[in-house]
Design a protein around this ligand. Structure first.
Ligand SMILES: Nc1ncnc2c1ncn2[C@@H]1O[C@H](COP(=O)(O)OP(=O)(O)OP(=O)(O)O)[C@@H](O)[C@H]1O
Ligand SMILES: [Mg+2]
Length: 397
């Protein structure tokens, strides 16, 4: 009677554990000490397309469905854990599902022992993370696309400034050129040669040369904005020059918004270790944010940009009298895609790009602000000491 009750209890208990094991959503299995499959969860059908019986019948099925390029991952893993060592590392490999698709598997395993400590083999748990990996890949791709469009948007802002800046010297160049084209043939005639005014001619050519140089300088600065990877910073970059260039580019934009920019630049001319194109992006992002923050300000709108040398650090400080930042937002403003601007106006990437660039250069950025009392952003970067103080145009990226 007692034995019968014991059998019954055992069968209930076994049923309970079997149910749990059968209904696990992971593809799990147990390999005994002689390397044969002892048990496999039903989920193998969903994850691999093969039923448990097929794995039992073909003891090499596990290896044959492993993606050929990942076979070494499993081999190395098995070597590294030995036979009955505990396993802490998680590995990832691919399998080829029965339907021909490739699935990404996350694998952990551990050695199994009975109550007396005898080794019973290894139990493995495999999770299909294909869709999770795909989603991560798509997220990265979208983020890269957003960063690219933010860069394009800032180039768009620049293009407006460039068009305006180039227009003036171009008008001077073309105006003088058309006068010369018209008059030179006349002066060449013998009856007019005596009236040829050399000085006036020289002056026109000089104006043209100046205008041409101005255009070349503007294009040079524009090229500075597109200089590549902010992670590489082989040069000493002139912080003051960067401020002056960026303010010049944003001049039209700022004037249109009725914003006055005051530059208070350190006489020591701080040079930082960085990359001119990326530093220009930093200044421009801070400047456009300051301008936007003053949209709601009636009366005087002023941005103050200061540079200063503080021991080993060079600082760039941008202050505005705008709306300020609510306390709850201060911790979020450097997050990608955080924006309080209306849709279509801000991507929320400006400050996150600034933060990424500054961090890559091992610098820091801090903000001080109170709602209604404007904001001050302070960027601190290592002062360039040993590096050659390259002219920004020649700085290799
Ligand atoms: N000077 C500032 N004054 C007040 N708020 C600011 C200032 N600078 C940034 N912010 C706040 O931080 C948010 C994030 O700024 P960020 O530059 O990252 O994005 P954005 O300006 O909204 O969009 P984008 O830079 O892509 O045009 C802004 O939406 C704004 O709420
Ligand atoms: Mg911005």
């Amino acid at each position: 009677m007692e034995l019968e009750r014991l059998y019954q209890d055992l069968s209930v208990s076994e049923q309970k554990f079997k149910t749990v094991a059968d209904y696990t959503s992971n593809w799990e299995y147990w390999i005994n000490p002689s390397g044969r499959l002892e048990w496999m969860s039903r989920a193998c059908q969903k994850v691999t397309g093969y039923a448990e019986e097929e794995f039992f019948k073909d003891q090499h099925l596990l290896e044959s469905i492993t993606h050929p390029e990942d076979a070494t991952i499993i081999r190395d893993h098995l070597i590294s854990i030995g036979s009955n060592a505990p396993c802490t590392e998680e590995i990832e490999f691919r399998i080829i599902h029965r339907d021909g698709t490739v699935r990404q598997i996350q694998h952990t395993c551990q050695s199994v022992h009975d109550a007396s400590g005898n080794y019973l083999g290894r139990r493995s748990a495999n999770r299909d993370v294909t869709s999770q990996k795909q989603a991560e890949k798509e997220k990265h791709y979208l983020q890269a696309q957003m960063l690219q469009s933010a860069k394009l948007a800032s180039i768009g802002t620049l293009a407006a400034g460039v068009a305006h800046e180039i227009n003036n010297p171009l008008t001077i160049l073309l105006g003088n050129l058309s006068v010369l084209v018209e008059q030179v043939p006349i002066w060449m005639k013998p009856e007019f040669r005596e009236r040829f005014d050399v000085l006036a001619f020289q002056k026109r050519v000089q104006h043209m040369e100046e205008a041409g140089n101005r255009i070349a300088a503007i294009i040079g600065t524009l090229l500075n904005y597109s200089r590549g990877d902010c992670g590489t910073y082989p040069c000493a970059v002139d912080l003051n020059q960067c401020v002056v260039e960026t303010v010049a580019f944003c001049k039209t934009l700022l004037q249109k918004s009725g914003v006055e920019v005051v530059c208070d630049l350190a006489p020591e001319r701080p040079f930082i270790v960085g990359n001119i194109g990326c530093l220009n992006q930093v200044v421009m992002n801070l400047l456009t944010n300051a301008r936007d923050a003053m949209d709601s300000v009636t009366g005087e709108r002023k941005i103050v940009i200061r540079t200063r040398c503080q021991g080993d650090l060079s600082q760039l400080i941008v202050s505005d009298d705008g709306a300020g930042i609510p306390g709850a937002d201060v911790t979020k403003i450097f997050d990608p895609f955080f924006s309080t601007k209306s849709p279509g106006k801000g991507t929320g990437l400006g400050l996150s790009i600034v933060h990424t660039i500054i961090s890559k250069w091992e610098g820091s950025i801090e903000v001080q602000s109170k709602p209604g009392e404007g904001a001050t952003f302070t960027v601190s970067l290592k002062t360039a000491a040993a590096l050659p103080k390259a002219s920004s145009q020649k700085c290799a990226a």
